[in-house]
Design a protein around this ligand. Structure first.
Ligand SMILES: O=C(O)CCC(=O)C(=O)O
Length: 272
């Protein structure tokens, strides 16, 4: 099965704007497959800085993570990204190309929360359990609504089968759950569905409806395989739900954000 990829042009990347046709194509693929890879969406220099900054965080995590903890998560264990430097670059936290695709699907009332982290598959990791990151809004009914939660993953190396590229089930975000027998596992349901390995190259962005069935896969190399994970919410009501979960962002960090990022992260509590 071919991967759902859209090639971004140098002009689109530099201007931070997808052409109307490209946006339509990316949005159509997101709706059909549940995810879309925007290839070459990120500037090379930015990616190099991001990879280097993440290496530092990985080293810290290596020192601070107990082997038992890694084993507990089968080596699928994320690393936090500090609210500083390149980690706050607007092309990372509110990438204009990704935001266009997200807003095409979820409308303008979108927000996100700082800080964010990574999904890291450590060397010798096992197969993660198959899961959706979020269920349907009305799981007991047969109704499938538009996405309300979208994650943007930024691969920090070329993702390959060898280093544990995520396995995902195209179209599974549209599969209803309400009429299933209670003891059917997701693995049993997935057994008759086609899947792909999301082999996303460095420089790409993966925009995914968080209802898509997926799992981290074994990393058979000796280097950790990481991707940044930024979650975007559709604001459903007047106030966002569960704001209490958002940790406060220091005012000095807030003041360094671009206007576009301030708009996206507007519900983060700010600490003076
Ligand atoms: O690291 C991966 O390949 C997938 C991990 C993931 O998406 C998750 O834990 O929800």
């Amino acid at each position: 099965m071919p991967l759902p990829i859209v090639q971004v042009s140098a002009d689109e990347r530099e201007r931070g704007v997808l052409t109307p046709d490209r946006l339509t194509e990316a949005h159509r693929i997101l709706r059909q497959a549940g995810f879309v890879i925007l290839k070459d969406a990120l500037d090379e220099v930015l990616v190099e800085r991001l990879v280097a900054a993440h290496e530092v965080e990985l080293e810290k995590a290596k020192r601070n993570t107990k082997p038992e903890e890694l084993a507990k998560h089968k080596g699928q264990f994320g690393v936090g990204c500090p609210m500083e430097g390149v980690f706050l670059d607007p092309r990372v936290i509110a990438n204009p190309l990704a935001m266009q695709v997200i807003e095409a699907e979820m409308g303008k009332k979108v927000f996100s929360l700082l800080p964010y982290g990574t999904n890291t598959s450590w060397p010798q990791s096992g197969v993660q359990h198959l899961h959706r990151d979020t269920g349907h809004l009305f799981p007991e009914t047969p109704h499938i609504l538009p996405a309300t939660l979208i994650v943007v993953n930024i691969p920090l190396m070329d993702f390959t089968v060898e280093n544990g590229a995520t396995e995902a089930y195209p179209g599974s975000h549209l599969v209803a759950d309400g009429d299933l027998g209670r003891d059917v596992t997701l693995e049993e349901r997935a057994a008759t569905m086609p899947s792909v390995r999301v082999e996303s190259p460095l420089g790409s962005l993966v925009v995914r409806d968080m209802r898509v069935w997926h799992r981290g896969m074994p990393n058979r190399t000796d280097k950790p395989r990481s991707m940044i994970a930024l979650v975007y919410f559709r604001q459903l009501h007047h106030l966002p739900d569960s704001m209490v979960v958002a940790p406060p962002v220091p005012r000095a960090v807030w003041e360094r954000l671009s206007d576009a990022a301030k708009q996206v992260y507007r519900y983060n509590p700010i600490q003076d």
